[in-house]
Write a protein that binds this ligand. Structure first.
Ligand SMILES: Nc1ncnc2c1ncn2[C@@H]1O[C@H](COP(=O)(O)OP(=O)(O)OP(=O)(O)O)[C@@H](O)[C@H]1O
Ligand SMILES: [Mg+2]
Length: 476
């Protein structure tokens, strides 16, 4: 078992297949050999009987004037035995007590008859017609057949038995060559089967070997490698395809993580540099100039606030990614939005805010998260709309879901920025140039929070016209 486990899959499959082939060839060969042997012996026996029949009839029933008796048999036994004997067959005539009364062998080249076997001749004396058996004589086999001699062809009265014996030399020779051809054929089949099996298994498993090699390379860090077996449609081809897809997925996740860490480090470095610069100036003696101290402290306070916000957002994102624990409870949207608008009006700095109420609906959500989502979107809308602008919020029911939107008629998002705005740390070009710098994490958080509710968010925007964010949440 241990050794079997150590063998490669290719060797195991080849051995298994060759073993099965050998078994089938052996069973077929042996069955065929035994059948042929029986057929040849049967034929020889029938031939001997057919040849003996007219001779026996001639001597026994030739004289029509009376039925042959045991005495008649004794008289004709010698001639009958002689007529039944030929170069490869010798006849013995036995009386009804099993005693030999004539032996047909006269010439030295004629085979010697085996002595009668009482087990078999008693069967013939009892009237059994087909008594055949084989005995071993020196270095060959001899076929012995027994023919009961009846008073008439249909009578039950047996007056003696003819024993014909014939060496099976020619049958054995034929069988020997037959066996030789069979064994050669079986060996050739086995060799070809083994070779072909080996080739087929090797070619079938070649793809697997490639998968193993690529796996080993990938484990060393070469994530850009692929198995790439597009021509193979079998299970190994499918495995290679699935493997390539998985590695692609892992690679893009790694890449996204790497980008995230690099961006986070970059974002953290900027305020830290500002803080260090300000502290340097303060330490070098500016503390004696109260105006400079106030200016620097204010700047440092802003940077620390920015750092704290960044840390909070990063923590929120990490929490959303590692746990799906959200505190859902039924929430009436009409009440929720009325409260939200009251708070939102404090932030809009003169911009008009309009609520388009949808139907009465109760939603199962985490209310704090929903508030955070809407505040993030609202804060963006305020950032990118001038003071005369209008921000519209509303909701409507769709099957099993509620669709919430927040639209503004501000500066809009350029088509180049649009596909990236949900990526962490991505800030639109207009946002970085003109407006106060955000961290670029707001929409990434919004998206994560909506997805944690099994929802989905979309954006439509036109430069100079405005932007609409629409998200759907399941009702339960
Ligand atoms: N309503 C909007 N109108 C125009 N541009 C928008 C709007 N909302 C988002 N954007 C664009 O999408 C970018 C990403 O927004 P996101 O809220 O993720 O980051 P941010 O607002 O720059 O920073 P943060 O929200 O983390 O302080 C913004 O920089 C801006 O370019
Ligand atoms: Mg934002």
């Amino acid at each position: 078992m241990k050794l079997w486990d150590k063998l490669s899959l290719r060797t195991r499959l080849t051995l298994l297949h060759s073993g099965l082939l050998a078994l089938i060839v052996c069973i077929l060969g042996v069955t065929f050999f035994i059948d042929t042997r029986n057929l040849l012996i049967e034929n020889t026996a029938s031939h001997l009987r057919a040849r003996a029949k007219p001779i026996i009839e001639h001597w026994l029933y030739g004289q029509k004037n009376h039925l042959p008796t045991s005495d008649d048999l004794k008289q004709i036994a010698k001639s009958l035995a002689r007529d039944l004997t030929s170069r490869n067959t010798v006849a013995l005539i036995l009386d009804k007590h099993g005693r030999t009364i004539a032996n047909g062998k006269m010439l030295p080249e004629e085979p010697s008859p085996p002595s009668p076997n009482p087990v078999y001749y008693s069967q013939a004396l009892a009237g059994k017609n087909e008594v055949n058996y084989i005995i071993s004589q020196s270095n060959h086999h001899t076929l012995v057949i027994l023919i009961p001699l009846r008073q008439t062809p249909t009578s039950q009265k047996i007056i003696g038995v003819v024993q014909l014996s014939s060496p099976l030399t020619s049958v054995e020779q034929t069988l020997f060559y037959h066996g030789l051809y069979l064994a050669t054929g079986a060996l050739i089949t086995l060799f070809m089967g083994f070779g072909l099996g080996f080739l087929l298994t090797s070619s079938a498993l070649r793809g697997l070997k490639r998968v193993i090699n690529i796996c080993q390379e990938i484990s060393k860090g070469n994530l850009n490698l692929r198995v790439n077996l597009p021509k193979r449609q079998d299970e190994i081809g499918q495995l290679a395809h699935a493997f390539d897809k998985m590695v692609e997925c892992i690679e893009s996740t790694f890449e996204a993580q790497r980008r995230f860490v690099a961006n986070a480090a970059h974002e953290l470095r900027t305020p830290l540099t500002v803080l260090r610069g300000s502290l340097d100036v303060l330490l070098r003696g500016s503390q004696d100039d109260p105006a400079a101290v106030t200016r620097l402290s204010q700047g440092m306070y802003q940077e620390v606030t920015r750092l704290a916000r960044l840390c909070d957002q990063l923590l929120d994102l990490a929490k959303l990614e590692t746990s799906t624990k959200i505190q859902k409870r039924p929430l009436n949207l009409n009440d929720f939005f009325k409260n939200f608008i009251t708070q939102a009006q404090l932030l809009t700095q003169g911009r008009r805010i309009v609520l388009r109420e949808g139907p009465f609906v109760t939603l199962v959500v985490d209310p704090d998260m929903l508030k955070q989502i809407l505040f993030n979107l609202l804060y963006n809308a305020i950032q990118h709309t001038d003071e005369t602008g209008t921000i519209t919020l509303g909701w409507k029911l769709i099957p099993n879901q509620v669709e919430i939107w927040i639209a503004d008629n501000g500066e809009g998002i350029s088509p180049q920025d649009l596909p990236h705005i949900f990526e962490p740390f991505y800030r639109g070009k207009n946002a970085t140039s003109k407006r106060k710098k955000g961290t670029g994490l707001g929409l990434a958080l919004v998206k994560s929070m909506i997805e944690a509710h099994n929802g989905h968010i979309e954006v439509k925007s036109q430069l100079g016209q405005g932007t609409v964010f629409t998200f759907r949440l399941p009702l339960h």
